[in-house]
Write a protein that binds this ligand. Sequence first.
Ligand code: BDP
Length: 685
Amino acid sequence: DDGYRLWLKYDRIADAAPRQQYQRAAQFIASSGTTPGVRTAAAELQRGLSGLLGQAVPVVAAAGSRTGGIVLRVDAQASAGGQALKPEGYHIFSEKNNLVITGRTDRAVLYGAFALLRQVQTRQPLAGLNVTSNPRINFRLLNHWDNPNGTVERGYAGSSIWQWYELPERLDPRYTDYARANASIGINGVVINNVNASARYLSAEYLAKVAALAGVMRPYGIRVYLSVMWAAPKVIGGLNTADPLDPAVKQWWAAKSDEIYKAIPDFGGFLVKANSEGEPGPQDYGRNHADGANMLAQSLGRHDGVVMWRAFVYKANSNGDRFKEAYEEFQPLDGKFDPKVLVQVKNGPIDFQAREPFHPLFGAMPKTPLLLEVQLTQEYLGFATHLVYLAPLIKECLEADTYAKGPGSTVAKVVDGTVDHHELSGIAGVANIGADRNWTGHPVGQANWYAFGRLAWDHMLSPETIAAEWTKMTLTTEPAAVRTLTNLLEQSRSIYVRYTTPLGLHHIMGESIHYGPQPWLAKAGRPDWTAVYYHKADSVGLGFDRTAGGSNALALYKPEVQKQWGNAQTCPLNYLLWFHHVGWRQPLPTGRTLWNELCTRYYTGADSVLWMQQQWAAAKPALDPALYADVAARLQTQRKEALWWRDACVLYFQTLARQPIPAPLVPPARSLADVKNLVQLYQLK
Ligand code: BDP
């Protein structure tokens, strides 16, 4: 199994008894629909069911008097249990011994078709099926950090899947499989290019290519979006300014929007990274983010599109606390954004670390729809080498309580619009997809793509449910193996945190490449790109004091949240060093001192990778041999590098803590100089 088919495997069900039951319930597919979406749904059902059931399943125009089939029905009035469905929501129910998949739009029916296939793929019964499902979030997007030259920023699965030099004439069949995979998990939009954007995409030449891609995505309910380079009016428009208040600039964007919608009538809109990490933006002209976002939103005019404006900003050479900077720039702009603007906020205040407290902007901008951005590509989580299932990380953020409107104002409810009654709601995952045959490099990276889509559709789903679904659809349906693998996936993220950044440590990874440990990093292009800026280790202790006695970043949160994290004695250990500078000899609730607890976590974390290897090995009989071997080899590297992290961190922090590695832990055999050499090697040009 080369992994290309992802979770859409559709192999014949080996067990005769369940197969025959499904065969009886799926003898035909009735679809009178002529719209592309319904045709797509019928084709996918036919493909999936024929494969799974090992027999041809015909598509007919109408069920007539036949029973034992599946009926697709777009019905503008469709409702379920007296409740109107959302435009993308579906209802599956039994009627006259047929299963009906209905919804108000053809996209809804397509999602219902994939839900039915999932039911079969995960071996759930079809008899008496009655499921209604509405997406909780409206814009469910992948963000590709793909460049026009085919590279992918922070991509670890090969080059970009977009073949710009072949477009628009040749449409790689892979685009269709990509669209199928996304539709199967409810993703309805893709931003196809890097936020560090090239102006190239806005040229007529490239818009024709983008339009060709949009044509592939359309029948799958997926809209295409573009990241835009703020200075495009200068770079390709011949203007000498990109000032958002300049009439010529406004006119340029309005004309550009018209041109885009002419080529792509269902174009989704723009994503903007401005005045961040050297990218141009409205501040270059003394304007603010709202000035920029609003001008762009207005340029969309009557077209049905949105502007997603990123809040990932931190001023150059800031001496304060990077934690606070996005808040300080954006919170005062609440209420100033055009209704077509969503502000896109990363899950945490720093940058996609293995664990971060939720971003303080969530709950602090009630008048602005905030779009949650999470990272699926494992920039800080071991690239495509370490097995880390991300649903627990995403879920931890979604479930965090902002207390914005009293208890229960979770990030999920801020994002889905229920807390502040927003119509626009969105979530984006920075894609982990590349041209590698298996799409994600690490085979288990596929689970992160899958889990993102499922959580975007329904953030109430548990990471466990999603892991079990993905495992059954992708790896095996053998019950004991499913249990073992689901548990392995679920534990993997907290294990990664333990051997890399336990107790709330953050941003101590290798410079620039963001791989491996470099806690000693003290000099970089900016102070907030070093490690020492974040861990603040000294002879007294470890951790960033963000209480009132320190940077006071805690004050950005509601009092209830401050209470939960503000006291070093009661702060949950997972967040301790995010908010407190703690003495090395300070006893923790575990009964160990900070130093001993730190060592214990690094050691048990690294040893847990041995456990991961054992779990994977235990499932071997149920797994495809090639896939088994691939992951087993990656786990060997993961074990080696977990020890690398452990040794680097305990040896470096020991130079400040000046205490022995507590027994029974065995001190590393290598020296700090040895590990530093290793890290340097990985950074050689
Ligand atoms: C950081 C990445 C950088 C991205 C940036 C962003 O290191 O490559 O451009 O985020 O999100 O994590 O804009």
